[in-house]
Ligand binder design. Structure first.
Ligand code: AMP
Ligand code: ZN
Length: 114
């Protein structure tokens, strides 16, 4: 595939502040944090966006959610709460074309988003 920023991070070609790594997922700190805790959780295989998910990816999608909740707990966000965000496409504000889940916490977050 053509160059993808997050695939390059997975490949170790671009550094990241890693929080978690296993066979299927990588989690790292967002380079431009929007909250005191801002972590991105990504599948290591390239999936462009939520629009590319299909039924064969049900396990992977569920694992992503469970892992992100575990990371939020490890970051001590459980007691005060936190938010998961997955932006999709232009209107959703997606800027990197590799599926990623944002974990945001450490401050009170506004709702609805702007
Ligand atoms: P989104 O706008 O949902 O596509 O989110 C992309 C996120 O990736 C943004 O919050 C960026 O700050 C973040 N980001 C971009 N480049 C890097 C990088 N090299 N390392 C870590 N986070 C990054
Ligand atoms: Zn990618």
């Amino acid at each position: 595939m053509n160059s993808c920023l997050f695939c390059e991070i997975v490949a170790g070609k671009i550094p990241c502040e890693q929080v978690h790594s296993d066979e299927n997922f990588l989690a790292f700190k967002d380079i431009s944090p929007a909250a005191p805790c801002h972590i991105l959780v990504i599948p290591k295989r390239h999936i462009s966006a939520l629009t590319d998910l299909d039924p064969s990816m049900v396990d992977l999608s569920g694992q992503l959610l469970v892992l992100a909740a575990q990371i939020a707990a490890q970051q001590n966000l459980d007691s005060d709460g936190y938010r998961f965000v997955i932006n999709c496409g232009d209107d959703g504000g997606q800027t990197v074309g590799h599926l990623h889940l944002h974990i945001l916490g450490g401050r009170s977050l506004n709702w609805p988003p702007g």
